[in-house]
Design a protein around this ligand. Structure first.
Ligand code: FMN
Length: 384
């Protein structure tokens, strides 16, 4: 056991000369982001599908579980480090894929990559990133994951995978739940469509196979290229046989993101994935969908030790991470909070949010009498 250093950030903050870029309370970031962001980008990031029922359900689910701290367990010595897919990480925390990050800050994914690498956490770079995956890879030397919105053109798909592999992305996260955009009322009411404006097309426009599909190069006819790309990665649902095909194309770690049902988790394992991400896309796809946290225990039970279970949708604090890890997640993914950090302060803003979350996780474990991640079990929780 080693003394963990995450909670040292507490002393740094208390001894500081200047205020931090944004709150240390991950749950408060949305409100402060609302004050500094333009309505379109803010609505795009914060908004969910339909009436927002699932966005709310994600948070309410965390509130229904309470931690029962244990005492006198020697928890001043803790180890948050884990091995995830053979890679040592300082904590079981990953940055969830978020597209078009220049919407909130001009440095976008480049700043996030640097911040993630500086704390040693993997960043998942979206297919719809604002910068090509090679440029994000070159920005920082941290662990790299690539998220795939699955193009309906196999050669374009294989080209993206090849580029990701050559740029050192070890894990491929295939997102299953976004083959069509949800009924996102905030964007619809504002008429706000960053994808249609081509903001998330950098990976496609830089792709040699995609470019060959175009009548004219994107530099000459950008609207046509953007429209072709949008049609290529949305509109086609997939089946389990195709997932098995994708498995054969990717030698690295493969995860399926967007799993909420135990049967889907079993099918994913049968198709050969290394893990599933329990997620409802942060409530952005099916209004009224089950809270991701409520879906987690059954998926974890179905998967058992045959694959790794990751979780996202609603994580805002260290206590939220503890709860998801207790309920069966091997690791958790942070979504909107780091993007709000980016909006507030670029790379230092993202680093501040990540360090705050890790310190909060560390202290929540310490004061709950938990010395290591594998001690996080359902017995630490009580339903409210
Ligand atoms: C603005 C925004 C963009 C997103 N873009 C992607 C994406 O490109 N690919 C993907 O798989 N998920 C995407 N997601 C979903 C996240 O990966 C994650 O599932 C979600 O943010 C988790 O919910 P939370 O932010 O409430 O914690 C996006 C989410 C947001 C808020």
């Amino acid at each position: 056991m080693t003394d963990t250093t995450f909670s040292a950030y507490r002393s740094e903050l208390l001894g500081r000369d200047e205020p931090p870029p944004c709150s240390t309370d991950g749950a408060a970031l949305e409100e402060s982001a609302r004050r500094i962001m333009a309505p379109g980008p803010f609505g795009y990031v914060a908004g969910g599908a339909g009436s927002g029922a699932t966005v709310r359900a994600n948070r309410e689910a965390f509130d229904r579980h309470r931690i029962v701290p244990r005492m006198l367990r020697g928890a001043h010595k803790r180890e948050l480090g884990v091995r995830l897919f053979g890679v040592p990480l300082p904590a079981p925390v990953v940055l969830a894929p978020i597209g078009v990050q220049t919407l909130v800050h001009p440095d976008g994914e480049l700043a996030v990559a640097r911040a993630a690498a500086s704390v040693g956490l993997p960043m998942t770079v979206s297919t719809t990133a604002s910068y090509p995956l090679e440029q994000v890879a070159a920005a920082a030397a941290g662990p790299r994951w690539f998220q795939l919105y699955w193009p309906d053109d196999d050669e374009v798909c294989l080209s993206l995978l090849d580029r990701a592999r050559r740029s050192g992305y070890a894990t491929l996260v295939v997102t299953a739940d976004n083959w069509a955009f949800g009924w996102r009322t905030t964007d619809l009411d504002l008429g706000y469509a960053p994808a249609a404006d081509g903001l998330g097309s950098a990976n496609a426009l830089a792709d040699p196979v995609f470019r060959r599909r175009l009548a004219r190069p994107p530099e000459q006819d950008r609207p046509a290229a953007v429209a072709r790309w949008a049609a290529m990665f949305t509109g086609t649902d997939r089946d389990w046989d195709q997932l098995a095909w994708l498995r054969r194309q990717w030698a690295g770690t493969l995860l399926l993101k967007g799993v909420l049902h135990a049967d889907d988790a079993r099918q994913a394992v049968a198709a050969g994935v290394d893990g599933v991400v329990v997620s409802n896309h942060g409530g952005r796809q099916v209004d009224g969908a089950v809270a991701a946290l409520d879906a987690l225990p059954a998926v974890a039970a179905a998967v058992g030790d045959r694959a790794t279970v990751l979780f996202d949708s609603g994580i805002r604090t260290g206590a939220d991470m503890v709860k998801a890890l207790c309920l069966g997640a091997d690791a958790v993914c942070v979504g909107r909070p780091y993007l709000y950090g980016l909006a507030h302060g670029g790379e230092p803003g993202v680093r501040h949010v990540l360090r705050s979350l890790l310190a909060d996780l560390d202290l929540t474990m310490a004061l709950s009498g938990v010395r290591a991640i594998d001690e996080l079990r359902p017995g630490l929780l009580r339903p409210r």
